[in-house]
Every structure is written in C-alpha cells, then in structure tokens.
Design a protein around this ligand. Structure first.
Ligand SMILES: *[C@@H]1O[C@H](CO)[C@@H](O)[C@H](O)[C@H]1NC(C)=O
Ligand SMILES: *[C@@H]1O[C@H](CO)[C@@H](O)[C@H](O)[C@H]1NC(C)=O
Ligand SMILES: *[C@@H]1O[C@H](CO)[C@@H](O)[C@H](O)[C@H]1NC(C)=O
Ligand SMILES: *[C@@H]1O[C@H](CO)[C@@H](O)[C@H](O)[C@H]1NC(C)=O
Ligand SMILES: *[C@@H]1O[C@H](CO)[C@@H](O)[C@H](O)[C@H]1NC(C)=O
Ligand SMILES: *[C@@H]1O[C@H](CO)[C@@H](O)[C@H](O)[C@H]1NC(C)=O
Ligand SMILES: *[C@@H]1O[C@H](CO)[C@@H](O)[C@H](O)[C@H]1NC(C)=O
Length: 579
C-alpha cells in the first residue's frame, strides 16, 4: 500500500525539480542590482530592476508613441497598465523604443542613451573603485562603491513630483508637477523651500510666476511658519507624520497605519498625501494643501474665472467679451473678442460681483470711491479694470479700497468674497447693458450649487391644486401659442410674395410629413421625436398625444377642418379633466 505512494512522491519531486530547472527565471532572475559594465536595454522587457521585496521596479516606461522614460514605479501589490510612477530620469526628453539603453560605465558614470546615439541623461559621477546600481526597497535608486559603500548618486536627491516616506526635501530640491494626467513632462507647479526658509507652492509658467501656498496675504507668522530655521528640510515618516523645518507639520488622518504612502504635487497644482488602500489597490487622498482648488494659481489662465462647485468640481469660464484660446487647455486662458480702445469716451465698466482677481495691480489706493477708481483706471491705457473692496487686513473696514489691474489673472468667483471687479469694456460692445444678465447667471448657478442641500425630497408629495393650476397655465399658454400661429399663418397666406409662399409650402410640407408619420408609426415615437429631451420622459403621454392632435388640427390646410377657439379650449379642458 505504502510503496505506490512512495513512487508517486518521488515522481512529483522529479517533476518539481524539472520545472524549476526549465523555468525562464532560473537563467535571468529579476535583480535589484546592475553591475559595472552592464546595461538595461529597452528592447528586452526583462531588463527591469526589481527591489528585494518586489515593491518597486525601475526600467523603461512608455509615456507616448514610441517614447519611453527611465522610471521607478510601484509594482506591489500589482499594476497592470496604470502604474504609480514615483521618479523619472528623463521626463522632458523621452527616448526611442529601439536601441535605447541605460549603461553603467566602468568609469562610474551612469548614462541613458537614446537610440544608440546621443546621451539624454547622465549622473556625471566618477569613481576609481568598483561600483553598482541598486534599487532599494524604500524606492531609492543608489549608485555606490562596493568597497566602503560610498554613495555617488541617489534618486532621492533628484525627486520628480513625488516624495516617499523618509525621503527628505531639502534646500536645493523641488518637486515639479506633471503637465497633465497622461503627460509626464514638467508642468508649472513647484514645491520648494524659498529663500526665506519657508516651504511654498509656486505657479511658474513661461509668462507668470506666483506663490499660492501658504496664502501670501497671510503673514508667514499667521500661517504658523517660521522663517528663522535655515536648515530647510521636510519629510514624512512611514506612519504619516509630516514635518518641515519651517514649523509646518501635519499628520495624516490614518496616522499609525502601516500602509504605502506618497506625497505628490499633482498636475492640478495641489499637494496631496496619498495612502494606498490595499484591498482595492487604490490611492486615496489623506491630506491636501489646498482645500479651495480655485485658489491654485494659473488653473484657469488669464482673463478667465474659476468657480468651484463641490458636487461637480472646478469650472473655468471666460470673462464677458473674451473667448477661450483652447478649450482643452484652460491654463492658456481667454483672449479678447473685441478690439480694445483707450479713448475715455468709448469705454465703460462692467461689474462682476463677488469676483476676485489676485495680484497684478498698479497699486493699492485706500479711501478711493468708485468714481475715483474708475477715473484712475480710465487714465491708464493698459488698465484692464479695477477691484473694489471694503475690507483689508489691519486697515479700517469702512472705507473703499481700489486696486487698478494690469492683468486679469487668478480670477475666481467666491460667494463669500466681499468685493467686486469692474471690467473695462468698449461702450459699443453692448456688454455694459447685458451685464446684469452676466452677473445674475454667475450668482444664480453658483449659489444654487454651493449651498449643500439635502436632496432627499420625495416626488409623490406634489400639491394637487398646484398641479391643476399648472395645467391651466399650460393650457392658456398653448391657446395663446396657437392664436399666434393662426394669425401668423393667416398673414402669410394673404401675402402674394413668392418668398412667403415658399415658406408657407415648407410649413405645409412639415405638417403633412408629421401627419403621415402619425398615421404610419406609433404615436409614441412621434411624440418622442418632438418632445424636449430635457423632460427625460417625465410627462403624461396621453395628454401629450391630445396636445399634438390639437396642434395638428389647428394647422390643417383646410380652413373649415380647423377647430374653432372654443373647440380648442374644450379639447384642452377635457383632457385636463380626464384622469
Ligand atoms: C507633453 O507636454 C509638452 C509640453 O506641453 C509637449 O511638448 C509634449 O509633446 C507632450 N507630450 C505628450 C506625450 O503629449
Ligand atoms: C489609474 O490610477 C488612478 C490613480 O490611482 C485612477 O484615478 C485612475 O482611475 C486609474 N485609471 C485606470 C484606467 O484604471
Ligand atoms: C511628528 O514628528 C515630529 C518630529 O519628527 C514630532 O515632534 C511629533 O511628535 C510627531 N507627531 C506624532 C503625532 O507622532
Ligand atoms: C530647525 O529644524 C530642524 C529640522 O526640523 C530641527 O532639527 C532643528 O532643531 C531646528 N532648529 C532650530 C534652531 O529650531
Ligand atoms: C480690430 O482691429 C483690426 C485692425 O485694427 C481690424 O482689422 C479688425 O476688423 C477689428 N476687429 C473688430 C472685431 O472690430
Ligand atoms: C476718506 O475720504 C473722505 C473724503 O474723500 C474723508 O472725509 C474721510 O475722512 C476719509 N477717510 C479716511 C479714513 O481717511
Ligand atoms: C441632512 O440630512 C442629515 C442626515 O440625513 C441630517 O442629519 C441633517 O440635519 C440634514 N440637514 C439639513 C439641513 O436638513
């Protein structure tokens, strides 16, 4: 009995041994180290460094069509084609998918070579000793001497847009955001230590540069920051505690949990601490620097205005008289639709309430009335408008403050902002007369959306009398509409001019077509065709059917066949009574 089992056991062992020997990994096991004189080739998909416990990988990562960057990314728990990139060597100069390689030279230099020809990136290191490149389990890629272990270069010293636990951000480093969600090249947002030792976020586009965190209008002291510690170091630990030498600290709400974390400056300019939710393999935001995303500079570009609605997110819109340069890239902002003139008698001002534009002022003029401020702006040809507000920190709050604007940047609508902007517009544009509309629509939709209402009302609680009043109003509206149509139709019929006759024929054709359709197809489909899709099917089909029939009868070619006004009213009343 026992003997066959013994043989089976032996057979299994043999099979196991064979499978291990023939496994492809036995010859090229993934390694966390690259030794001197060897290289990683872009054409060999196995040429990837994997850290000891498999959390991080370093290799060529696709960033576009036949464009690759040498990258470190999270491998664990898994990543299919949505890996979290934490570092890139050549984000602004991707390499070709053929003949590119990362080579560790005997001289001690580490080179990234594009298509076998040019060097696009190098560590510029040198050593007389034997060296190796090693991907550590904390995500750091180190180049060090085998004897003594002196570190020549490490990726932690050259962060991209992400910090890992215990990775310090120091004096000469900065985190730079990506250009967009899918474009990894350098964007416009930076986290860095300023010359006054304060950790800051800055927007840095080719045209403008401004700091938006911590709030510049708050003195550094108010923000709890110190300018006197010139150590300039910031980092967070693996439990979720962030500290910076300027006294800025925060702890993650999930502090103490052993989860993967990253601190990243996102392409939208916000600095966020993410924790990995291991169950669903998702990064969740556990802290962010800016709770009001419209306060991030450069988001909507010049001459536009940002509006944040918690339910639907951030929205950019052009100021009246401007049009978007590129709807797919709001950071470019808007440009004027109309020619601007400097002559004082052809300009007027358009008021936008609760709209704030940050910075770019000719100056700050306390106790200037609206008229004085307007005169001041009118005198300056390049003045784009002025901001008027009634309070300012540390100043009396019962006098107006005037800020004439050189440029309209960092605009945001905020219902709590206690000031208005007055835009300079050409008198002939008609904008000054339509400004009430503009102002109202801005106020309307935002106020409605910003207030967080409980949306649990029930539909069945409709008021009966209200409903019948509604139907009556609708009936009256329909009757009125048909009277107008009839009068108009009558007028057209009595005109002998050819154009009108053509038009009439067109209308008749439409009516006939409609009637044919009603005969041939299901009434439902016809109704569906003409009903405003905004109703989303929320209407009474039977009633709608009667309305359509009445409408078609009213435009009958045969005058005698048309119902009288009395009949129309009767039909409508009848359908209202019917259940
Ligand atoms: C990423 O953005 C930069 C700058 O706008 C642009 O030059 C580059 O072509 C973009 N890359 C991709 C892959 O779209
Ligand atoms: C990729 O990951 C990001 C961040 O974790 C997530 O927001 C996005 O939806 C993912 N995309 C896909 C296609 O899974
Ligand atoms: C966070 O770290 C700082 C300094 O490293 C320390 O003073 C502080 O107590 C820590 N906070 C928590 C909650 O552990
Ligand atoms: C400056 O900051 C560093 C790092 O946070 C800290 O170790 C050091 O004690 C601080 N120095 C002073 C004078 O506060
Ligand atoms: C603006 O001015 C230019 C030349 O000064 C002219 O060609 C153009 O038609 C003007 N545009 C409008 C909208 O008035
Ligand atoms: C503001 O100006 C008015 C007149 O222009 C003057 O009477 C008033 O005293 C001024 N207020 C302050 C606080 O300067
Ligand atoms: C909203 O609903 C929550 C729970 O459903 C309730 O506690 C809260 O009081 C409601 N708020 C308002 C303004 O009705």
């Amino acid at each position: 009995m026992a003997i066959p089992f013994f043989f089976l056991y032996l057979l299994l062992l043999l099979l196991l041994l064979l499978s291990v020997l023939s496994s492809p990994f036995s010859s090229a096991a993934p390694s966390d180290t690259l030794s001197e004189g060897s290289s990683l080739s872009i054409e060999n998909t196995n040429d990837v460094l994997i850290s000891q416990s498999g959390i991080f990988s370093a290799g060529f990562f696709p960033v576009g069509d036949n464009a690759y960057c040498f990258t470190i990314w999270f491998t664990e728990p898994f990543c299919d084609n949505n890996c979290s990139v934490i570092w890139m060597a050549n984000r602004d100069q991707p390499v070709n998918g053929k003949k590119s390689k990362l080579s560790l030279l005997h001289s001690g230099n580490l080179l990234l070579i594009d298509a076998g020809r040019s060097t696009v990136w190098a560590t510029n290191t040198a050593s007389q000793f034997s060296i190796k490149l090693h991907l550590h389990d904390n995500g750091n890629l180190l180049l060090y001497e085998k004897q003594g272990g002196r570190v020549l270069w490490q990726s932690f010293d050259y962060p991209t847009d992400t910090l890992l636990p215990q990775q310090p951000l120091t004096k000469d480093m900065q985190l730079v955001s990506s250009r967009s969600r899918r474009n990894y090249s350098s964007g416009f947002y930076k986290l860095y230590f300023d010359s006054d030792n304060v950790l800051r976020l800055r927007y840095d586009s080719p045209e403008t540069s401004s700091i938006y965190w911590p709030n510049t209008w708050l003195l550094t002291w108010d923000g709890g920051r110190s300018t006197f510690n010139s150590t300039r170091i910031a980092f967070f630990d693996s439990l979720g505690n962030f500290t910076s030498s300027d006294d800025f600290t925060f702890t993650s709400p999930d502090y103490g949990m052993r989860v993967q974390r990253i601190l990243k400056i996102d392409y939208d300019g916000n600095l966020r601490l993410y924790s990995r939710e291991n169950v669903r393999n998702r990064w969740i935001v556990s802290w962010q620097a800016m709770s009001q995303p419209c306060r991030i500079h450069g988001i909507c570009g010049p001459n536009s205005m940002c509006n944040y609605v918690p339910s639907s997110g951030r929205r950019c819109s052009c100021l009246p008289g401007f049009k978007a340069k590129d709807y797919s890239d709001w950071s470019l902002g808007c440009e004027p639709e109309l020619n601007r003139s400097c002559s004082r008698d052809v300009i007027s001002y358009l008021k936008l309430s609760n709209v704030e534009f940050f910075g770019y002022e000719y100056g700050f003029f306390p106790n200037y009335t609206m008229q004085m401020c307007e005169d001041l702006c009118s005198k300056m040809c390049n003045c784009k408008g002025f901001q008027l507000r009634f309070s300012r920190r540390y100043y009396p709050s019962n006098i107006p403050y005037c800020y004439p604007k050189k440029a309209l940047l960092n605009g945001q609508y905020s219902p709590h902002f206690d000031g208005d902007i007055y835009l300079k517009v050409p008198k002939t544009s008609g904008l000054s007369s339509s400004y009430r509309h503009v102002e109202d629509s801005v106020l309307d939709c935002s106020v409605k959306n910003v207030a967080q209402l409980n949306r649990t009302y029930s539909k069945s609680h409709q008021n009966g009398t209200l409903k019948s009043v509604m139907w009556f109003a609708c009936g009256v509206g329909v009757v009125e509409f048909f009277s107008i149509v009839l009068v108009w139709y009558f007028l057209i019929r009595n005109q002998n001019n050819l154009g009108a006759a053509n038009q009439e024929m067109e209308h008749q054709r439409l009516v006939i077509q409609m009637r044919e359709k009603m005969k041939k197809e299901a009434v439902d489909s016809v109704i569906e065709m003409i009903i405003d899709p905004k109703l989303e099917g929320k209407y009474d089909r039977a009633k709608m059917e009667i309305l359509v029939m009445v409408a078609l009868n009213c435009v009958n070619e045969d005058r005698e066949a048309r119902p009288s006004m009395k009949q129309v009213v009767e039909m409508l009343l009848h359908q209202q009574e019917s259940p």
